[in-house]
Design a protein around this ligand. Structure first.
Ligand code: HEM
Length: 410
């Protein structure tokens, strides 16, 4: 019998699937989630299994509360087959190919450098919030969306809220829904203006491309869905602030890395980005529906059951990562990363399956910003709560990582 596990997920958070597997000593465990049978799987073979399109479908798989906050309704995440391929090609062209990544990094580092000079005049800054503002303003303008300086703080709060509230039923969740509604209205209106010629959009920008995109059926996107997809660029990019807060946490816990990270070695900065993404909890798992009865790891997966790939568990699997609970960026120096081993943003081939198309952007931003963070003349004062609860999805250092100019902290 499979017991309903939604309450266990809510109370255990990231530890839910790893605990289930440990308790039963299996690589695949049957359970129930949201009233549906579910099977939790983990490991490179499991990732390969999940990314086989015949094994898992995404339509009708993502719960409404997650669509209503995190992804948006009609998003690329929820498509299968040809519909997915055509929509995904748009993201790949915008986010993975061409000069876009360098331009985004250049813009963001310039804004960071200017902001850092201003932070030095304040008694303290909260790294999570401050880096989110830098990134949100930069990526939104890079995407071609007009934005005044005065609009940046409220937009940042809304983008963070959409991520922060997807896995909870409380006030955080309702804040996320309101934020999404507000921003879909705003961006949907801009898309309509661009289409009617009442507003311009830089050629090749995210806004211009999404506004003109035609889906597999040959039609333009509904303005609301276009807004969802513009948000699916600026929202997760702003979420790199979580990894910046984790970088601040790691520098406070393991200060021996500060000098090395501050140095100009791009290989170490990239290794840092990978280790932060591997070590710290962010996306807990991904999943979809089995379109037919399947078998994996000795478990029967009934037709229509949810198949869940435990991302957090896999990133801490001792068979894949030596001493997985040690934070050790060097492990990525000279290591070839397999398509199905490091999975903080999914696995396989992002050009054809659902793997995150923003991984290069995430790594590039982190590899550019984390060394800047390490070079800031700031301390992480002891009188703050840096704990990261694994029961809270998404996790984050409780204080957001407070930084004080070095002289003031003495
Ligand atoms: C998909 C994580 C950054 C855009 C995903 C998935 C995960 C993920 C777990 C689902 C993979 C799957 O279902 O197989 C993250 C994390 C990020 C991040 C932890 C760090 C902040 C980004 C960025 C962008 C982006 C920077 C865009 C610039 C997307 C899109 C999808 C996606 C559009 C849907 C892809 C599809 O369904 O085909 N991401 N992501 N993400 N991500 Fe990211």
């Amino acid at each position: 019998m499979r017991l309903e596990n939604s309450p266990a997920l809510l109370s255990k958070g990231y530890a839910w699937l790893p605990d289930l597997r440990r308790a039963r000593g299996l690589h695949a465990v049957g359970t129930r989630l949201g009233g549906l049978p579910a099977v939790g799987i983990q490991g490179t073979e499991a990732a390969r299994f999940l990314y086989d399109e015949d094994h898992v479908h995404r339509s009708h798989a993502i719960p409404e509360p997650v669509q209503g906050t995190l992804f948006g309704k009609g998003a690329v995440h929820t498509l299968d087959g040809e519909a997915h391929r055509v929509r995904k090609a748009m993201f790949v062209a915008l986010l993975m190919d061409g000069a876009g990544i360098d331009a985004l990094v250049e813009r963001t580092t310039a804004v960071w450098d200017a902001a850092a000079a201003e932070w030095a005049t304040r008694p303290q800054v909260v790294l999570f919030d401050a880096s989110a503002e830098v990134i949100a303003g930069s990526v939104t303008r890079w995407a071609g969306v007009p934005l005044t300086d005065g609009e940046v703080p409220a937009l940042t709060r809304d983008l963070l809220a959409m991520v922060d509230g997807f896995a909870t039923g409380g006030p955080r969740h309702w804040r996320a829904r309101r934020a999404r509604g507000r921003r879909e209205d705003w961006l949907g209106g801009i898309v309509e203006q661009v289409r009617s010629g009442r507003a311009g959009a830089a050629p090749g920008s995210v806004l211009a491309v999404v506004a003109a995109h035609r889906d597999a059926d040959g039609g333009l996107l509904d303005p609301r869905v276009a807004a969802v997809e513009v948000l699916n660029v600026i929202r997760p990019t702003t979420a790199v602030a979580w990894f910046m807060a984790f970088s601040g946490h790691a520098l406070a816990r393991w200060p021996q890395y500060r000098e090395r990270l501050a140095g100009a070695d791009p290989a170490f900065a990239e290794a840092w980005a990978h280790e932060v993404r591997r070590f710290y909890p962010f996306a807990p798992f991904i999943g979809g529906r089995a379109p037919q009865r399947l078998e994996f790891g000795g478990q029967t997966i009934p037709r229509n059951a949810m198949v869940l790939l435990d991302l957090y568990g896999q990133n801490h699997d001792p068979q894949l990562w030596e001493d997985p609970y040690a934070f050790r960026p060097e492990r990525f120096l000279g290591r070839e990363i397999g398509a199905f081993d490091l999975v903080p943003q999914g696995g396989g081939d992002p050009r054809t399956n659902h793997r995150c198309p923003g991984e290069q952007i995430t790594v590039a931003l982190l590899a550019a910003l984390a060394p800047r963070l390490a070079r800031l003349p700031f301390d992480v004062p002891a009188d703050q709560d840096l704990t990261i609860s694994l029961r809270r999805i998404p996790a984050r250092p409780a204080s957001g990582v407070v930084l004080r100019p070095a002289a003031a902290a003495a």
